[in-house]
Design a protein around this ligand. Structure first.
Ligand code: HEC
Length: 174
C-alpha cells in the first residue's frame, strides 16, 4: 500500500513537471485562483487560454450559473442567457468567436479593449450591437470565469466544438 502511495506521489510530481513546462499555454496545472485580469496580462498571446472544464463543462454548469447571476450578467443577458437588452448567449451567433480564449478575454476586458488590444472585429451580427463592459475586475478567480463559460456551453450546444447547432431542425411532414 505504502509503495502504491509513493508511486502515485511520484506520478503526480511528474505530471506537475510536465504541466509547468507547458505553462505558456494555460490549461492543465495552471493557477486558476489567479484573477482573470492577471491571467490576460500573464498570458497575452491570443489563443493561449484553455478552459480546464472543456470535457466536463456540465459538471460545473450550475455553479457557473450562480456566479453569473451573482455578477449581474443577467441584467444584460437575461437569467437564462437568452438575451434582453443585450445579445443572447444561447443562440449560434458569436460576435467575436466561441472559443475559450475569445470568451475569456471578451468577458474580462470588454469589447472595446478586445478590439483595441487584439485588433478583433465583430464577425457575427446579433440584433443588438453595443459595447460589452469589462467584467474582469468584478470576477475573483479565473476558475469562476471558466465555470461561467462552462455554463454558457451547457445552455448553448452550438458553442461546443463539434456540438450540435441549437437551431431547431426543420419540421417534418409525414
Ligand atoms: C451592461 C450590459 C452587459 C453586462 C453587465 C454583461 N454583458 Fe456580456 N455583452 C454585452 C454586450 C452589449 C455584448 C456584445 C458586445 C459587442 O457587440 O461587441 C456582450 C457580449 C457577451 C458575450 C458574447 C456573446 C456572443 O453572442 O458572441 C458573452 C459570452 C458575454 N457577453 C458574457 C457576459 C458575462 C459572463 C457577463 C457577466 C460576467 C456579462 N456578459 C455582462 C453586455 C453586457
Amino acid at each position: 500500500m505504502r509503495k502504491l502511495i509513493i508511486g502515485f506521489a511520484a506520478l503526480a510530481i511528474c505530471l506537475l513537471g510536465v504541466a509547468s513546462v507547458n505553462m505558456e499555454s494555460w490549461a492543465a496545472g495552471a493557477d486558476w485562483t489567479m484573477s482573470p485580469v492577471k491571467a490576460v496580462e500573464r498570458y497575452k498571446d491570443k489563443g493561449s487560454l484553455h478552459s480546464p472544464y472543456d470535457k466536463d463543462y456540465e459538471k460545473v454548469a450550475d455553479e457557473g450559473h450562480k456566479i453569473y447571476m451573482g455578477l449581474s450578467c443577467n441584467g444584460c443577458h437575461g437569467g437564462g442567457g437568452g438575451g434582453g437588452m443585450c445579445p443572447p448567449l444561447t443562440n449560434s451567433v458569436w460576435v467575436y468567436g466561441k472559443d475559450d480564449d475569445t470568451l475569456f478575454r471578451l468577458v474580462t476586458l470588454g469589447s472595446q479593449a478586445l478590439q483595441d488590444q487584439y485588433g478583433m472585429k465583430r464577425v457575427g451580427s446579433e440584433n443588438v450591437v453595443g459595447p460589452m463592459p469589462a467584467m474582469g475586475p468584478s470576477i475573483k478567480t479565473s476558475d469562476d470565469l471558466w465555470k461561467i463559460i462552462a455554463w454558457i456551453r451547457s445552455v448553448n450546444p452550438s458553442s461546443v466544438p463539434g456540438g450540435k447547432s441549437n437551431v431547431p431542425p426543420p419540421p417534418t411532414f409525414d
